[in-house]
Design a binder for this molecule. Structure first.
Ligand code: PLP
Length: 383
């Protein structure tokens, strides 16, 4: 099998699986228990918190463990708004992950004014438009760092500075970026950053929210006093320990892996365009996360391409994993104003350090035949 769906989720590292197994078997005490056994488990959580903090350039006290990216996003947005009730405006973009978009929809229904600042065909935000949208009444802005469908990187330092200057709380969805490109939250004028372990070779169902010191956030899950009262419930110890190790490895190998994967992505796009001239790389001129290649195959249907790829044992996605299965073109490509006939045939290939140049060659060599079979079936010329 060739796995080119790493933005949906990544392969857990063998050492992560190992450490988690040992943790489940041996470290089963409740970390809130007073006895020594419980406290040794507490210590493991705190070591993992240090590892996650190091990945973000944060202090351990600023890291709150959650059940993943979606929960972090919910806690950040809802929690910050509840703690700052006087302002009623939120500024975001239409290309956010569905986790953010769904929260925004609910908030709009409860009376918040939600402004979605658009993007251009390359997925970029116009700075002046962004600045105009953020008024003195803006409670919060929520912004992706790396787009999960196109890989486009927003200029977080610039856009966050504009928002922070107007007194807004700044939340960054760094779920796709964390563990892949450097994040030093201390250098960013941001208050909240969401991340998720399964996107960087850690386990699923565990994530974290960076909460800058002195940022007021109301808990969304109440119960015990875990996670400094911001997230009640007995901790997912094995998940936390696995996330800690995945963070440590990601930070250690980041530059080397980024270079290798960037080279593979470059080779993939260059040879694909060479052998399938009608293929178009989405947002090719933007700064993009090195893992991501979104290719639009004009006039073809993404679902049909995915089925044939799957028959050839190649895993990829149409748009985001969460919305695949629907025939609607991706909301991200729609917001970018990409022609519908192109958007319908857009496939996201996403890479990781476990992919090889040989796999790139294999997929590039099978695509021309696969696409021409589909073109014949659909009875027309692809463009
Ligand atoms: N934000 C982005 C940009 C994502 O890509 C994802 C996952 O696809 C999420 C949030 C949600 O993360 P999780 O799957 O951990 O809930």
């Amino acid at each position: 099998m060739i796995y080119f769906d790493n933005n949906a989720t990544t392969i857990p590292l063998p050492e992560v699986v190992e450490v988690m197994g040992a943790c489940l078997r041996e470290d089963y005490a409740n970390p809130s228990s007073v006895h020594q056994f419980g406290q040794s488990v507490r210590h493991k959580i705190e070591c993992a918190r240090e590892q996650v903090a190091a990945l973000l350039g944060a202090t351990p006290r600023e890291v709150i463990f959650t059940s993943g990216g979606t929960e972090s996003i919910n806690l950040a947005i809802r929690g910050a708004l509840q703690s700052n009730p006087s302002r009623r405006r939120i500024v975001t973009t239409p290309v956010e992950h569905t986790a953010t978009l769904s929260v925004m929809e609910q908030l709009a229904a409860t009376g918040y004014e939600v402004i979605r600042v658009g993007v251009d065909q390359e997925g970029r935000i116009d700075e002046a438009e962004w600045a105009d949208a953020i008024t003195e009444d803006t409670a919060l802005v929520s912004l992706l760092y790396a787009n999960n469908e196109t890989g486009v990187l927003f200029d977080v330092p610039k856009l966050a500075t504009i928002a922070e200057a107007k007194g807004a709380i700044v939340h960054i969805d760094a779920v796709q970026a964390a563990g892949k490109i450097p994040i030093v939250v201390e250098d960013w004028p941001v208050h909240l950053v969401s991340i998720s372990a399964h996107k960087f070779h850690g386990p699923k169902g565990i994530g974290a929210l960076y909460v800058k010191r002195r940022t007021r956030v109301s808990p969304q899950i109440v119960g015990g006093s875990q996670e400094r009262l911001l997230r009640g419930g007995t901790e997912n110890v094995a998940g936390i320990v696995g996330m800690g190790l995945a963070s440590k490895v990601a930070l250690r190998d980041m530059d080397r892996v980024a270079n290798e994967v960037r080279q593979m992505r470059g080779a993939f796009e260059a040879s694909l365009i060479g052998s399938v001239p009608f293929a178009r790389v989405v947002a090719s001129t933007s700064d993009r996360l090195h893992t991501t290649s979104n290719i639009a195959f004009g006039r073809l249907q993404a679902e049909a391409i995915l089925i044939l790829l799957s028959e050839a044992s190649v895993c990829a996605s149409a748009g985001s994993a969460c919305s695949s299965g629907s025939l609607e073109p991706s909301h991200v490509l729609q917001a970018m104003g990409i022609d519908e006939s192109l958007a319908h045939g857009a496939i996201r290939f996403s890479f990781s350090k476990f992919n090889t140049p040989g796999e790139i060659d294999e997929v590039v060599s099978l695509l021309p035949d696969l696409l021409s079979r589909l073109t014949k079936l659909s009875g027309g010329a692809a463009s």
